[in-house]
Design a protein around this ligand. Structure first.
Ligand code: IVH
Length: 667
């Protein structure tokens, strides 16, 4: 591959990987399987190895994935929380053993464990008491989730026994057993709440809940597999864990000593199938050098220790036949193709439907009705089609993506740069109308009791509602004419609607269903614009000055408030007393209090987003345009020439990345 081509692909891969990282770590809603994600990372790593000039400090290959959310206080890890190098290849496990042998001059003893598919956690004990529980975060600092972790019964709050160091750290994996996960999702389904894709996402979502009482209600469990500290009881991993077990910790049930790569291979073979009988998810094996002296000799790379490796089992696949494809219309008009399949058993459940994502995916697979397709269960609830058996072509009819909306027959559009097709008939397309009302009434939005999906669809069919504001015109009397609507249910719905008037402004903003405005973004917008009137007048520059708000969200917000129908709906909601103002933003105090900073160019040490947050955390305000109100410009590579000219006209200081970080640190 030519350098120019490699550069183009590397840029593309970084963007795709960062997007997936965001879905995985922040939204808890991955769209591709770990396997596919690792393939992307591998491709980028290979490109960067072949062309070292392409490597940049902000490449996703250079960091341990970050899970930091802003609602928790962050603390530094006493020992950096590294991840493990991982591979799907047996050959690479052999090469790992070769490297270890070379590094040590002998074959060491290894301990093989299972790789638990949960959320990693780092616990610190002082004087035998649990004092802090941190998530991995960015590996250097993590979120303090101690209150939540204390609700997990298998984690001792106090330990006792022989040889307990004064201070030590023990790390492990918090997970949800499959049964607990299924029960939790069943309850969520009944309550009309979105489902978790898999036990790992459910565990990570639970750990990040703000209310420990809600955490306590969910059956989280934990295995602890790594002891760190100054005065550990033994000089090897195995005995340290055995000591930890005697102090009250739950350590891995499966730990095998191996002394050759053949024995390691036998462990991996043996557990490939046996692991499926365990009541929790595992996705591979972890191979660790046992002796701590050997571990020290081998040392670490920037991202992972050289004394351990994770071997991942490939995701399970099955073959089946494609019967037909449905095209579903979402609340934002998004068209999602869904495959109907001949039922097939895969990883514990019968699969009848699979997601096809979008038009490009169908084209890429060159799908025909009747084809034999390969399906895979990855990180999502619905499995997906990952391949087609070209030798078993079905009929001659290719799957055709519709030109018009399957519900209202409006010509579909595809926004440039986006993968999805949309039905633009925002106002009159039935599933979009009901989808918006369902979203509005949902738990995390206006939380209207008694108003589920089916009731909303019925009210719409009966022409009692046609937008979110019309909910507030409903009366017990108007509901009483409906079939299967008892007096009690009618009263319940009306009470729920009346109660919803008290919902606070950030939730109302989320409930409006503006494209790309999820819960977190709504909270951000509400904090930045505590009055809806101000938000309605905001310019793209003012919007993108807020951390986490990029141009895509900004233009969607502006488009929403440019629509007359939306304005009318909002004024009807206002008349009903719905909150469109919130608390004034608590301005943080810090070295940047009262200062307005403009960020320009690209940076090495942090992303622009991170800098926006750092500025806010130190009490400063972000702005995207240079004016006399600007205190200084934080300038990276390639600062725009117009900004440069304006800054010199106004005599505004320009600070580079290093100076800025030093400035912040010194205070
Ligand atoms: S040992 C220095 N043992 O898999 C790293 N990790 O990237 C020590 N994991 O970060 C980790 N099961 O979150 C270890 N038996 C096990 C594990 C395990 C799951 C996780 C852990 C780690 C990731 C690999």
């Amino acid at each position: 591959m030519k350098l120019s081509e490699a550069r183009r692909r590397a840029i593309e891969l970084r963007k795709i990987i960062e997007d997936h990282n965001h879905h995985y770590y922040v939204l808890n809603a991955p769209v591709i399987s770990d396997f596919e994600f690792d393939l992307l990372i591998n491709e980028l790593e290979t490109l960067e190895k072949l062309h070292p000039e392409l490597l940049s400090a902000d490449s996703p290959t250079q960091r341990v994935g970050s899970d930091i959310t802003r609602e928790f206080v962050q603390y530094d890890h006493t020992y950096p929380m590294l991840s493990l190098g991982n591979t799907y290849s047996r050959d690479e496990v052999e090469s790992f053993c070769d490297r270890v042998r070379k590094g040590l001059g002998h074959d060491p003893e290894y301990i093989c464990e299972l790789k638990y598919d949960g959320v990693s956690i780092s616990l610190t004990y002082e004087g035998g008491r649990l004092v802090r529980a941190l998530t991995r975060g960015d590996g250097i600092k993590g979120d303090d989730v101690t209150a939540n972790v204390k609700t997990i019964r298998s984690i001792p709050l106090r330990v006792s026994g022989n040889g307990i160091p004064d201070t030590f750290v023990i790390r492990g994996e918090i997970y949800l057993p499959r049964k607990g996960f299924e029960e939790m999702n069943a309850a969520r389904e009944a309550a009309g709440e979105p489902l978790f894709a898999n036990p790992r996402n459910a565990a990570s979502g639970t750990l990040k809940l703000l209310d420990p009482k809600s955490v306590a209600g969910r059956p989280l469990e934990c295995f602890l597999y790594y002891l760190l500290g100054e005065d550990l009881p033994a000089d090897n991993h195995y005995e340290n864990l055995m000591a930890a077990k005697s102090w009250g910790f739950r350590i891995p049930e499966v730990m095998e000593r191996c002394i050759s790569s053949d024995e390691i291979a036998a462990f991996m073979d043996n557990w490939e199938n046996r692991r499926k009988e365990l009541p929790y998810d595992t996705d591979g094996a972890v191979i660790k050098v046992n002796s701590l002296t050997d571990q020290n000799i081998l040392g670490l790379t920037a991202k992972s220790p050289r004394w351990a490796i994770a071997y991942k089992y490939a995701a399970e696949q099955a073959d089946t036949q494609l019967l037909s494809v449905d095209f579903q219309v979402g609340r934002t008009g998004n068209i999602t193709p869904v495959a109907n399949l001949k039922p097939v058993f895969l990883a514990g459940t019968t699969v009848k439907r699979a997601s096809l994502h979008n038009y490009d995916q169908i084209k890429l697979l060159d799908l025909h009705i009747g084809d034999t397709v390969v399906i895979e269960k990855g990180g999502e609830i619905i499995p997906k089609i990952v391949g087609v058996d070209q030798n078993k072509r079905g009929s001659l009819s290719p799957v055709i993506f519709p030109h018009e909306c399957p519900e209202c027959h409006t010509e579909l559009v595809r926004i440039e740069g986006e993968a999805n097709h949309y039905c633009p008939n925002y106002l009159h397309c039935p599933p979009q109308i009901t989808g918006r009302i369902i979203h509005f009434a949902g738990r995390k939005a206006m939380n209207i009791d008694g108003l589920g999906e089916e009731t909303i669809e019925m009210l719409y069919r009966e022409k009692l509602i046609d937008n979110i504001a019309s909910l507030y015109d409903l009366t017990e009397e108007s509901l009483s004419h409906l079939d299967r609507m008892g007096e009690k249910s009618a009263a319940n719905i009306i009470r729920g609607i009346k109660e919803s008037v008290k919902v606070p402004y950030p939730k109302v903003l989320f409930a409006l269903g503006i494209r790309h405005v999820g819960e977190t973004v709504a909270r951000k917008l509400a904090a930045g614009f505590p009055d809806l009137e101000e938000l309605m007048k905001a310019t793209p520059e003012e919007l993108t000055a807020l951390s986490e708000i990029g141009p895509k969200i900004a233009s969607s917000v502006i488009e929403y408030f440019n629509d007359n129908d939306n304005i009318q709906i909002i004024s009807r909601l206002k008349e009903r007393g719905i909150h469109f103002t919130g608390k004034k933003r608590e301005q943080k105090e810090g070295v940047l209090s009262g200062k307005t900073v403009v960020i320009s160019g690209t940076f090495l040490r942090h992303s622009r987003e991170e800098y926006k947050q750092i500025i806010e955390e130190h009490g400063g305000r972000n702005s995207s345009s240079v004016s006399s109100a600007t205190t200084f410009i934080l300038a990276g590579e390639g600062m725009g020439p117009s900004k440069m000219a304006k800054a010199s006209d106004l005599g505004i200081e320009i600070m580079n990345e290093e100076d800025f970080l030093r400035f912040i640190e010194e205070y």
